[in-house]
Design a protein around this ligand. Structure first.
Ligand code: ZN
Ligand code: ZN
Length: 322
């Protein structure tokens, strides 16, 4: 016969009222915090990982630290239970043999082990507090998050703003990173690493824009989501036509001719960086009309270009939001 034993253990929230949780998906193991009241009141079924979107029942979200504390408490509890069981049966045995002249068992109770369940403490508070636009659940993460742990809602606005501010910080930190990397690895390596970081940010801006543009269009026009693809916004003219047709928001309403040309050039540069290792080919020249490169040259991404593109993207997405 198995018997379930309930071990009294209490979780304590941190000073901001959050409880630590960890994604059970082995590929992710993202640690986040959730408001203690929201956890108790709303999270009775499935929980969504804010980072990877993995879904699992609410009893699977203990952090590694919490599991270690739970194990320790359970062990202590079991030891003390066995001790008290032994002490009971020995004293019974001692009693029953009291009048037996052949066997004499005398039992002296030993000192009892007492258990203090250490409240399971939390980590220090984090910075990014998020309240779900959809269900109001309050949670906190380091860095950024994509899904509400309670309802799984993916906040496009939140994700986009996070990406843009991260990109802006990366650009700001370029000189600082260059110096540090040069000290550590020498000027040549530092140059290569910074260049590859800048190329990365170009890709990041464009993919953040594509996702935002798609979700925003689908949301505002109530179009069938399966009809619109994220990649439709990789091509400026295609995205422009979609916004013009469904929302009467042609890009040119808010961007100048020069800005549109520049945006197109950088989108094409990203494409060639991704698909042809940055080596200019005929198609690139044809699609971008970029006369500053000859076929066979390699694209150079400049910090100033990234700053300029971020400004254009912000202008355009603000226009989409209106
Ligand atoms: Zn996860
Ligand atoms: Zn939610």
């Amino acid at each position: 016969m198995t018997k379930n034993i309930k071990i009294p253990m209490t979780f304590q929230s941190d000073e901001k009222g959050y409880l630590d949780r960890q994604c059970p998906n082995r590929n992710c193991e993202f640690v986040f915090k959730i408001n203690m009241e929201d956890w108790k009141e709303k999270m009775h079924g499935d929980v969504h990982c804010p980072m990877c979107g993995y879904i699992a029942s609410n009893d699977q979200w203990y952090t590694d630290e919490q599991i270690a504390v739970i194990r320790k408490n359970a062990r202590n509890y079991a030891v003390s239970m066995v001790q008290s069981m032994l002490s009971k049966s020995f004293s019974r045995l001692a009693n029953s043999t009291r009048n037996n002249k052949y066997i004499k068992i005398v039992y002296k109770p030993s000192k009892k082990i007492s258990i203090r369940n250490n409240p399971i403490g939390q980590r220090e508070e984090w910075n990014l507090d998020i309240t779900c636009e959809q269900c109001g659940t309050r949670y906190s993460v380091i860095g950024s998050a994509y899904f509400c742990p309670c309802c799984g809602y993916n906040s496009v606005e939140q994700v986009f703003n996070d990406s843009i501010s991260r990109i802006e910080k990366m650009i700001e930190a370029q000189d600082f990173m260059y110096e540090k990397l040069a000290d550590e690895y020498g000027v040549d390596e530092a140059n290569k690493m910074c260049r590859s970081m800048l190329e990365g940010t170009l890709g990041d801006i464009i993919s953040a824009f594509q996702k935002f543009a798609k979700e925003n269009l689908v949301h505002k026009s109530e179009l069938d989501i399966s009809k619109i693809k994220v990649n439709d916004f990789q091509i400026i003219s295609k995205g422009n036509d979609l916004y013009d047709k469904h929302l009467r928001k042609a890009y040119s309403t808010c961007l100048s001719e020069d800005e549109l040309t520049f945006m197109n050039i950088l989108f094409q540069r990203r494409h060639i960086l991704e698909h042809n290792d940055g080596i200019v080919d005929e198609k690139y020249i044809e699609k971008s009309n970029d006369l500053s490169y000859a076929i066979g040259q390699r694209i150079i991404v400049k910090k100033e270009d990234i700053i300029c593109l971020v400004e254009i993207i912000k202008k355009l997405t603000n226009f989409f939001r209106e």
